[in-house]
Design a protein around this ligand. Structure first.
Ligand SMILES: Nc1ncnc2c1ncn2[C@@H]1O[C@H](COP(=O)(O)OP(=O)(O)O)[C@@H](O)[C@H]1O
Ligand SMILES: [Mg+2]
Length: 214
């Protein structure tokens, strides 16, 4: 089949990490070679940038600096991890990717989308996911899950206010409309198993499509 690149998007608490793990197990059971990774991070250098991005002490970070740091972390991640894995035919599951930068830095912070596309195309060398699963949930429900998960401890991005979170959700939804051929919105407010079943149905379609074109 060649490599398969699947990304998970959506706000904190949507269930990305939960669903990514379940999907990875499913792929492994079906005999695929799977690599799981996440953004920001995924390499030694990218993890250092991640620390800078999420550190609540970095209050003065400018939105443009933030956008470039995400892109820098991503460039290293693509070159060092994602691209080589895809070249060797693996299934790569990635927790957040370019769409998060567009939703958070574009819709959330108000940076111009065209610039975000430019720096991210440069960072990724125009690598696109085969499938992007947008786990859609209300900011309130996502926040409630995060609070339950880590007892109220939040990082710099999780600390953002409700208006920001609403804009980010809107951004993700608009992106799903703009990139409908690869990005599917999924109602993440349902039980874990129901969400996984829908995800697997989309994944099977993509596998059939990829095998057909191989
Ligand atoms: N469908 C679901 N229903 C209820 N709770 C969920 C569901 N999916 C995940 N959770 C829980 O919500 C919290 C956040 O999930 P997580 O997978 O870490 O989200 P994300 O990676 O998107 O931030 C975790 O405690 C997780 O166990
Ligand atoms: Mg997570």
């Amino acid at each position: 089949m060649g490599g398969l690149f699947i990304t998970f998007e959506g706000p904190d608490g949507a269930g990305k990490t939960t669903q990514l793990r379940i999907l990875a197990e499913r792929f492994a059971q079906e005999g695929y070679d799977v690599l799981c990774t996440r953004e920001p991070g995924g390499t030694r250098i990218s993890d250092k940038i991640r620390e800078m991005l999420l550190d609540s002490a970095n209050r003065e970070m400018h939105a443009r600096a933030e956008a470039l740091l995400y892109a820098a972390a991503r460039a290293q991640h693509v070159a060092e991890v994602i691209d080589p894995a895809l070249q060797s035919g693996k299934v790569v599951l990635c927790d957040r990717f370019v769409d998060s930068s567009l939703a958070y830095q574009g819709w959330g912070r108000g940076l111009p989308l065209e610039m975000l596309y430019v720096i991210n195309n440069f960072a990724t060398d125009k690598l696109r996911p085969d499938l992007t699963l947008l786990l859609d949930i209300s900011p309130q429900e996502g926040t409630a899950r995060v609070d339950k998960r880590c007892g109220g401890r939040r990082d710099r991005i999780e600390d953002e206010q409700d208006g920001f979170r609403q804009r980010v959700r809107q951004g993700f939804r608009e992106l799903a409309g703009l990139h409908a051929s690869r990005m599917v919105p999924i109602d993440a407010g349902r039980p874990v198993e129901a969400v996984h079943a829908e995800i697997w149905a989309h994944v099977e379609q993509i596998i059939v499509k990829k095998e057909g074109s191989a």
